[in-house]
Design a protein around this ligand. Sequence first.
Ligand code: AMP
Length: 180
Amino acid sequence: MLLDPNYLRDRIRTVPDWPQPGVQFRDITPLLQEPESLRVLVQHFVLRYMHSNIDVVAGIDARGFIIGAILAYELNVGFVPIRKKGKLPYTTIEEEYELEYGSATVEMHADACKAGDRVVLIDDLIATGGTMMAGKKLLERLGATVVEGAAIVDLPELGGSKLIRESGLPLFTLVDFSGH
Ligand code: AMP
């Protein structure tokens, strides 16, 4: 079966002015909700990484956990969470990064992966790229090799995907949204 090129994009809902005025929130829950589209979505990532000798999938809080955990299961590797500050119970390492106003911090357990592990780092969406760059730094501090960043959606106008690629991390995304 050949897919309509807009199959995934048509199942992402745009919610204007959420969580604050001016933000076009790209909501992936319709894509997760139907058994067919969930399967199609996961399959894109599985096919991308099934021959890449991946050791670990790292998912970013919170929507990166959903797709990341399924991907890890399908690749027959483990899953590790990168969480917002204050959520992980054991010894953590942390990275702070800049937001438009203020800053945010992500954490990972200090034993989440080991030196030399080949990791795919996944989130639902790339906006400014700050979150994924912070995740990359955490993984690299533990000596892991981040093979590629992956996300469902790229918002190229916000420059994050360019920033990530320019940092030397390849990036794989499925759907672009520009403007409204
Ligand atoms: P950034 O660090 O700026 O690339 O932001 C990416 C993170 O924020 C991801 O974890 C996304 O889930 C979330 N995010 C940022 N902007 C949006 C948006 N317009 N729609 C949905 N999620 C967003």
